[in-house]
Design a protein around this ligand. Structure first.
Ligand code: SAH
Length: 459
């Protein structure tokens, strides 16, 4: 993001537009809508623009631009047909630390006008940072169709009620109350034009909420998938948007974390091999404590919470503490990495079963039923197996797996940084070192890996 969209309060603020033609007028319309007082400088000024200036309580100067026109204004728009004049205005405004927009010249702007979808006080701005205004406008059309026209009056109504709600409910309960208002009968009444009934419904429910004891918090154990945010479930996204606090792992990708409600508190509880930044016991305790404070706690995990995710232990503690929780499955690394690498995990001609196996060694030892794993017609998927790759390779071959069995490593699967190497069970440990693979890495062993060479081009 090169430009930060901000919402600027321009009520009664003097804004300078240099230029008196159609372009200046279109910017003037926007500024007037936001309550600005227009100052327009141009040797000749269109009639509509003169009228807009008058309506805004501003002033026109039928004159050429001069630096003195910047005195006392809050914001500057250069919309003359002369690019040289526009450039001078931009330089002058910047030297006075005034925000400046030069129409159609992003390099001269300190701010740009986003494409706007407006519903009363609700304003959605779409900025392409000057890269693709047409794309921004196309997105605006899509968003237009999503937002009902009644949204504006509803937002205004909420604005009028806000102080009452703030006075009666503690902060921790307000978000839930407003969610109830916007998704329940109040919004429905309002939509039907029954604003008086909507107001009574809101006020009587507000009384109820005020006299009810605070509800207990809740924990959402959510699988964030292997990395690509497109792989989240709808339910995961919904709960991520409701959380007051999020506890997240090292495996949760930044793009997924970005979708958590902006003002939720973020607590990193990541784990690395041989390094637990928050020991599991403390983490279980933290979940209970936060929920007991009445918070909606999002425990966001990479992949699926119940696959090598210790989700079971965390839920155990919550159940003991009688804290309500919800569990949302996620796409586990095996599914995500296999799909994105073009390796089917089962296939009628290759593998009739698939096994998810931990490759995490304890004190250099990996106790697994190697003979079974070396059996035919199955796919083996090792999680956390990068460090023990030499043991895995040696043991499987020693117990009878064909040394030429295809095998693959997928690093940071499903993300833009995904890397895949394909070799055999014998060559894989050396390949991992040559290519400097780093966690998270998933190991897939089986003849299904040979199918990748055909499928990868279609991905
Ligand atoms: N609950 C997680 C697994 C946690 S164990 C899940 O269901 O996916 C951690 C291991 O998962 C890592 O060591 C790695 O083997 C694997 N892993 C997780 N995300 C991965 C990714 N994006 N790419 C490759 N491997 C991944």
């Amino acid at each position: 993001m090169r430009y930060l969209p901000l919402a600027f309060d321009l009520q009664q603020r003097p804004c300078l537009i240099v230029g008196g033609g159609a372009v200046a007028t279109s910017k003037a319309r926007l500024l007037v809508k936001a309550g600005a007082r227009l100052i327009v400088v141009a040797p000749s000024i269109e009639t509509e623009l003169v009228q807009l200036v008058r309506d805004s309580g501003g002033e026109t100067f039928p004159d050429y631009y001069h630096k003195k026109h910047l005195n006392g204004v809050d914001l500057v728009v250069a919309a003359t047909l002369d690019q040289q004049v526009n450039a001078v205005i931009s330089t002058d405004a910047r030297s006075c630390k005034l925000p400046v927009n030069v129409v159609d010249a992003p390099e001269l702007c300190s701010f740009t006008f986003p494409a706007i979808v407006e519903r009363g006080p609700i304003a959605v701005g779409i900025s392409s940072g000057g890269n693709a205004p047409v794309l921004a406008r196309m997105l605006r059309t899509q968003i237009e169709t999503l937002l009902p026209p009644g949204l504006g009056p509803l937002a205004e109504f909420a604005g009028r009620m806000r102080q009452k709600v703030t006075a009666k409910l503690p902060q921790i309960r307000r978000k839930d109350f407003w969610q109830w208002v916007f998704s329940g009968p109040v919004a429905a009444l309002f939509e039907r034009g029954q604003s008086r009934e909507a107001e009574s419904a809101l006020l009587s429910e507000l009384d109820n909420w005020q006299h009810e004891p605070s509800p207990r918090g809740e924990v959402y154990l959510v699988g964030g998938g292997p990395g690509d945010p497109d792989l989240l479930t709808f339910r995961a996204l919904r709960l991520m948007q409701q959380a007051d606090v999020v506890l997240y792992d090292r495996l949760v990708s930044p793009q997924v974390l970005d979708l958590v409600r902006r003002d939720a508190e973020r607590i990193y509880v990541g784990k690395k091999r041989e390094f637990h930044s928050v020991p599991q016991d403390d983490l279980n305790h933290l979940l209970v404590t936060l929920a007991n404070e009445g918070k909606k706690v999002l425990r966001l995990k990479g992949g699926d919470p119940f696959i090598f995710g210790r989700g079971g232990e965390e839920m155990d503690r919550l159940a003991d503490a009688k804290i309500p929780f919800q569990i949302v499955p996620g796409i586990t690394a095996a599914s995500g990495c296999a799909s994105y690498a073009g390796i089917p995990l089962t296939h009628r001609d290759h593998a009739q079963s698939v096994r998810f196996i931990t490759g995490h060694a304890k004190q250099g030892k990996l106790e697994l039923p190697w003979r079974e794993l070396a059996g035919p017609a199955q796919t083996l998927v090792f999680y956390m197996g990068l460090a023990s790759l030499p043991i895995i390779s040696e043991q499987l071959v020693a117990k009878g797996l064909n040394p030429a069995t295809p095998a693959a490593l997928v690093e940071k699967g499903t993300t833009v940084d995904q890397r895949v190497i394909v070799g055999t069970i014998t060559s894989l440990p050396a390949l991992a070192i040559t290519h400097q693979f780093e966690a998270p890495v998933l190991t897939i062993v089986g003849t299904v890996v040979s199918l990748r060479s055909k499928l990868r081009w279609y991905l």
